[in-house]
Design a protein around this ligand. Sequence first.
Ligand code: NAP
Ligand code: MG
Length: 496
Amino acid sequence: MTAVIDPQAALDTELLRDNAHLIGGEWVPAASGETIEVLNPANREVLGRVPRGTAEDVDAAVRAAERALPAWRDLNATARAGLLFRWAELIDEHAAVLDQLESRDVGRPHWGPPPMAGQVRFIAGQADKVQGVSLPTYTPDVVGFTLREPYGVVGAIIPWNAPGPMFVTEVAAAIAAGNTIVIKPAEDAPLAPLALARLAMDAGIPAGVVNVVTGYGSEAGAAIPSHPGIRRVGFTGSPVTGATVMEACARNLIPLHLELGGKSPQVVFPDADLSVAAPAIASGITLNTGQICAAGSRVVVLRSVHQEVVERLAQAMERISVGPWHQPVNMGPLINGRQHERVMGYIEAGRSEGADVVVGGGVPRGAEYGDGFFVSPTLFDNVSPDMTIAREEIFGPVLSVIPVDDEAEAIAVANGVDYGLVASVWTEDVGTAVRMSRALQAGQVGINNALGAGVIGGPFGGYKNSGFGRTMGADSVLEWTQVKTVSMRGATRPGN
Ligand code: NAP
Ligand code: MG
């Protein structure tokens, strides 16, 4: 977060072709010929154009993926793993370019080397460890076992907040299992995915195994789950769009996983080390301008430390510097005008429903913010659990403090929302940590950490309305396989 990038440096186009997406190994424009402008949200700089793909492009991509499927599925799994490892090497070699592409596209200040190569390696290692089981049989003349097979051609739709990591998580796991894939990046941040697809091709992953169709959600996106050739889907984004995608999958009777965001609680007990907790909570809600599904957006605090926690959070939030992606700042702008309006609407709702603004509550003033979708880090105190800002995902740098009387109330409040993605607990007491780990309804629980840090290969996914299915864990490749039971009757004696 401290690097300064030259804002004038030309966007490295070595990995990108203007107005081209990837279908069957070819970089082609949309069938319609139409394009979408890609912007840097910090200054509305035009970074390039991508094809405005529609159902026609998705259909071409599905057909290319169908052609590539038999050879890819039948390639020995160690060879598939090898190609993924080579992809990871190329990702490492181009880490700086990928980082800059994603930073510019999302408008995010540099946040260190992205974890993509490691994620691809972790998944590649699973490719040749996909195993079935042997099954007990009623009689000795039968042998029974299971095979784990790919679904075939699969689809994925990813959001704009961490486009590179989302791309590799879906693509690597799906293709490691022997599927071929059609994936649509978000219109707001398609550049890192396109560059990663280029590197997949350079790594020797055959044409048609990875197909990227850019375009709008309602056009290219909607065409993926409704295409009869798609056999499974991965979706990350909002609950409303997730439900639409699920309806389309239901009509085609195909499975999917959904990752739909959160309203993650940070439960702070009186015995917590507040010198660690407060800055971690403040940086957790401002990293990527709060546009992270796992962001801890509700501080559920025991009353005896309420005042002290608010003071420390206020200090930490005030220290978060805001600016364009190329400055050594902590936080950039929001992704687009719609998101800006949405976040400002939530800040207004917090005020009008009676919460107290302690820090921020508006947009930063200054010439350098003029063209960007900036909003100030905002801290609300005395939020009650029924307020809009305590229940809905804001997807911005807005933190709500909700005081509670005891552990039971802390659990009730922490669990009292529709979401259940991540929950954090800040305590030095192992008994409290154990009880809370059990009690919290969330796919991930962090004790003394804000974003589930420090673990390699933790399965990631939601409870309740945060979705279902798990990515990134040791089972992530298995999730993209289906089980076939084979029973084989033979003869127990020669000659029969
Ligand atoms: P979104 O509409 O759910 O977008 C996610 C992805 O779905 C994008 O690639 C989008 O394409 C695509 N999409 C949109 N409509 C579609 C449709 N009818 N069929 C298939 N795909 C479709 O999310 P958003 O509008 O960008 O953001 C709104 C809110 O969603 C945020 O404020 C936040 O609360 C939540 N969100 C959550 C996550 C997460 O990590 N769980 C990520 C992003 C957003 P286009 O963007 O190109 O239209
Ligand atoms: Mg969108």
